[in-house]
Design a protein around this ligand. Structure first.
Ligand SMILES: Cc1cc2nc3c(=O)[nH]c(=O)nc-3n(C[C@H](O)[C@H](O)[C@H](O)COP(=O)(O)OP(=O)(O)OC[C@H]3O[C@@H](n4cnc5c(N)ncnc54)[C@H](O)[C@@H]3O)c2cc1C
Length: 403
């Protein structure tokens, strides 16, 4: 019977959720997180019912309740003039999909997961611990990591790479020449501002989506309406301008963005949208990176989860939700096979998750194309949004939210 821990590289949403899932299956884990400490990192996340259902099973929803906002609807508007295109009710998400739709700050989600993990004796978390390498055989894995400027070692029954889109674990498992993150030509500009800087309507419990030519805008309140999360997604002007320009853009990962540039980009949008974009004093730019789907998330005693396995454009708001689904599937696989054969559990996890996560990766890209249409195709899209009953539009999400 296997008793050594599962080593998890990365303590983001994927890594902490995986540790909680494994604990539910009776497996201990060692989480190695390179950050010195967990902090107020990131911005808003929309958590769809397919994610909150699993968070509820992990006991995390109780921790989130006070901080989360349940949007009453998604309001879709035309960027150019603010015209209403559709309003999709989310009030009855629980009835429709069996779990709530919640908007949360990523830091609040991480705190909830962390609190549960810290009080669970099966989970050990080490900060300032950067995975630097690993070897695996049929018995398990041996990993090396950097901590306090020293190289340290640990061993486990298996290794889970939850180390994000630039995953070291993935680079070691796959051909690093052909399988690498590539810049999509899309950039997310993110800001979180106090709600008092905006008219009160921006604090109303709703998710708001504005569609425009090669760009869209999302905003919603967080923390009981105290702050507002704003994301402007744009296709960059230098898109397709060659590898050099792409590398140049990549250097600005998570860097302060120039507000003037953003306002120029939205010059032809409605005054209301432009007023909103003028409100934050500073923005963070996130060039969006993608990786092609792979044919397996597991190899021997090593597996990938979250963005390391299936990074996706944020256009269906499913990246973190899919990481949480991974954790649910890992828990089930380890319940079934984990005590005797962790390698089989990882293969089972991969088989269970790969078709769905790959489909959602592709659907996210397709959604981006629809959001960013221009000219006649945009007019046709807007007509469909206006004429289709809201229940019909909502039903298109059933395959994602009901899982
Ligand atoms: C603009 C934008 C909006 C989004 N909106 C939504 C949304 O509304 N809903 C949603 O569900 N998703 C959304 N997402 C996606 C979501 O943020 C990600 O999919 C999710 O955070 C991925 O979590 P992860 O744990 O896999 O990766 P990460 O969050 O990248 O975490 C990886 C962790 O691993 C650590 N790490 C990395 N390398 C090492 C190493 N070598 N050793 C040890 N630790 C390491 C990192 O420090 C980090 O803590 C959005 C993304 C963007 C960019």
């Amino acid at each position: 019977m296997e008793r050594s821990p599962i080593v998890i590289a990365g303590g983001g949403v994927a890594g902490l959720s995986a540790a909680l899932g494994l604990a539910r299956a009776g497996r201990s884990s060692l989480v190695l997180e390179r950050a010195q400490e967990f902090g107020e990192v990131g911005a808003g996340l929309q958590l769809a019912p397919n994610a909150t259902r699993i968070l509820r099973a992990f006991g995390a929803l109780d921790f989130l309740d006070a901080q989360a906002v349940a949007p009453e609807h998604v309001r879709i508007r035309r960027g150019r003039d603010g015209a209403d295109l559709a309003r999709l009710p989310l009030r009855d998400a629980e009835k429709r999909w069996g779990a709530p739709y919640l908007n949360v700050h990523r830091a609040d989600l991480l705190s909830a997961l962390l609190e549960l993990a810290r009080e669970n004796s099966l989970i050990e978390i080490r900060n300032d611990a950067t995975l630097t390498g690993f070897v695996q055989d049929e018995q398990g894995v041996a990993v090396t990591y950097r901590s306090a400027d020293e190289t340290r070692r640990a061993s486990g029954a298996a290794l889970i790479g939850a180390d994000g889109v630039r995953s070291l674990v993935r680079a070691r498992l796959h051909d690093a020449l052909t399988d690498k993150p590539s810049y999509t030509g899309h950039t997310a500009w993110r800001a979180v501002i106090p709600a008092k800087k905006l008219p009160p309507r921006f604090s109303a419990p709703a998710s708001n989506l504005w569609l425009g030519d090669k760009a869209h805008l999302v905003h919603y309140p967080l923390r009981a309406g105290a702050i507002v999360n704003i994301v402007a997604l744009v296709e960059d002007e230098w898109r397709g301008a060659g590898a050099e320009a792409r590398d140049e853009s990549a250097r600005f990962w998570d860097q302060a963005g120039n507000r003037g540039f953003l306002l120029d980009r939205f010059a032809h949008w409605s005054q209301e949208a432009r007023d909103l974009l003028s409100a934050p004093e500073s923005w963070l730019r996130w060039p969006l990176f993608d990786r092609p789907p792979i044919d397996s998330y597991a190899r021997g005693r090593t597996a990938l989860i979250g963005d390391a396995a299936h990074p996706m454009l944020p256009y269906l708001a499913q990246g973190a939700a899919q990481a949480i689904e991974d954790a649910g599937a890992l828990a089930l696989a380890f319940l079934e096979f984990g005590q005797k054969d962790p390698g089989r559990a990882l293969a089972q996890y991969s088989a269970a998750r790969l078709p769905r996560a790959s489909r959602i990766q592709q659907a996210s890209r397709d959604q981006g194309r629809i959001y960013h249409l221009a000219g006649a195709p945009a007019v046709a899209r807007d007509l469909v949004l206006r004429l289709t009953p809201a229940v019909g539009l909502l039903a298109r999400q059933n395959w994602i939210y009901s899982a």
